[in-house]
Design a protein around this ligand. Structure first.
Ligand code: AMP
Length: 215
């Protein structure tokens, strides 16, 4: 899942994980959990997230490498927020050896829409789920009833920073993956159901091609 902050990666990753019965691996969620701990690494991670900077490639790659050693990824997995740099993409390429196709879904959303979405976004302070954007008045999480809060990195100046970091560090991945036969451009500026359909069509196309080459 490739796209700028606010493109809807987390929401769509959650839905795809449910549809295909595979785990969603969100480096942002894992790092926010680490940041909640008062360890030296946790404090460093919290500082970087709150400034809108990326954590080091070493830390991000190690999180994913470790997560991919678990049994539940054997049928596949959805990556949300990884890779975010060319170094991470190269490491992922190595980790994918023998695992089947890597489908890259590039979510395209105009910058002004992203800023609006990030300012109004709320997440659950208990389970971390994204609040339903179609119910802006809600104060409690639809999944667990926890209080809805703004993410500490969704304030105006940090959002500007994150979008800049995306342009500098992550956008080059579009060129990195574009020539791959399993790279798909998805219009993320549509209602979530339409975005989801486009993603499932892209994944279906890849799975179909894989089945064909096997038979
Ligand atoms: P996200 O929830 O994906 O928007 O990630 C929130 C924050 O976690 C980012 O702004 C980064 O500080 C950090 N982060 C998440 N994933 C990565 C990654 N793959 N590489 C480096 N930093 C990351």
């Amino acid at each position: 899942m490739l796209g700028p902050p606010g493109a809807g990666k987390g929401t769509q990753a959650q839905r795809l994980a449910q549809t295909y019965g595979v785990p969603k691996i969100s480096t942002g969620d894992i790092l926010r959990d680490a940041a909640a701990q008062e360890t030296p690494l946790g404090l460093e991670v919290r500082h970087r997230i709150d400034q809108g900077h990326l954590v080091s490639d070493e830390v991000a790659i190690e999180i994913v490498r470790e997560r991919l050693t678990r049994q539940d990824v054997s049928k596949g997995f959805i990556l949300d927020g990884f890779p975010r740099t060319v170094g991470q993409a190269e490491a992922l390429g190595t980790m994918m050896a023998g695992r089947g196709a890597l489908v890259v879904l590039h979510m395209v959303v105009p910058a002004e829409v992203l800023v609006g979405r990030l300012h109004s976004r709320r997440i659950c302070s208990v389970c971390g789920a994204n609040a339903d954007p179609s119910a802006p008045e809600a104060t409690r999480c639809g999944q667990c009833g926890g209080e809805l809060v703004q993410r500490t990195d969704d304030g105006e100046s940090v959002v500007r920073n994150r979008l800049q970091v995306y342009d500098q560090r992550t956008r080059p991945l579009v060129a990195y993956y574009r020539s791959s036969p399993t790279f798909f451009e998805i219009d993320g500026n549509q209602v979530p159901d339409r975005v989801n359909e486009a993603m499932q069509a892209a994944i279906g196309q890849t799975l179909g091609a894989t089945e064909e080459s096997r038979s």
